[in-house]
Design a binder for this molecule. Structure first.
Ligand code: IMP
Ligand code: MG
Length: 191
């Protein structure tokens, strides 16, 4: 696995430090908004957010329920979004979210298609509020234009793997966030 990497973009220790400060920031903000004693509904977007979410929620000392939502956009070996689609069989979010404060967590903001779809799906369920949080935001115009509430890191517009992010469903278990060697990526995608 290591031999496929061109370089580490964000190291495991940088991630750990940032997750802790992000957790404190989110907790402070929610408490300042009077939500400290309210219940939060956390919505992790599968599959890429799993490691980010598992680390960040342990820095959020809030009463919360967790309901996953499954969205696919980068099938197989593609490295560009093919349009976001909700997968109802992998989605546990209740149909009625009235009165709930929702915090969506995703791995990366790229074209913005995923978060746009997820926000629409959640807002249709009547929640009191919807906030969004991503581990990474790519510095490309579509991502920068999307109004996201929390970002752990801004990164260059490159295809990255690790810490939950995959290429063809591999590399999610890398502890660091890395760029793959160009010859590992199949030209044009093969899905
Ligand atoms: P968006 O819908 O284009 O914003 O992309 C969001 C989804 O695409 C993420 O949740 C990831 O699953 C996937 N994705 C986007 N960029 C990358 C990347 O650089 N590496 C791996 N997956 C990515
Ligand atoms: Mg993915």
């Amino acid at each position: 696995m290591q031999e496929d990497l061109q370089r580490i973009l964000v190291s495991r220790s940088e991630i750990a430090t940032r997750i802790e400060s992000l957790g404190q920031q989110i907790t402070r903000d929610l408490e300042a908004d009077g939500l400290g004693s309210d219940e939060i509904t956390l919505v992790p977007i599968l599959t890429g957010s799993i490691i980010f979410v598992s680390d960040l929620i342990r820095c959020l000392p809030l009463r919360m329920q967790i309901h996953v939502m499954s969205v696919t956009s980068y099938p197989g070996t593609s490295t560009t979004s093919r349009g976001a689609k909700l997968d109802p069989t992998g989605t546990q979010v209740p149909g009625d979210l009235s009165g709930r404060h929702v915090l969506v967590m995703d791995d990366i903001l790229d074209s913005g298609n995923t978060l746009r779809l997820v926000k629409q799906e959640l807002e249709a369920r009547g929640p009191a509020s919807v906030r969004t949080c991503v581990m990474l935001r790519k510095q490309r115009p579509e991502a920068m234009a999307f109004d996201v509430d929390y970002i752990a890191f801004d990164i260059p517009d490159e295809f990255v793997v690790g810490y939950g992010l995959d290429y063809d469903d591999y590399y999610r278990n890398l502890p660091d966030i890395a760029v793959l060697k160009p010859d590992v990526i199949q030209q044009g995608g093969a899905d």
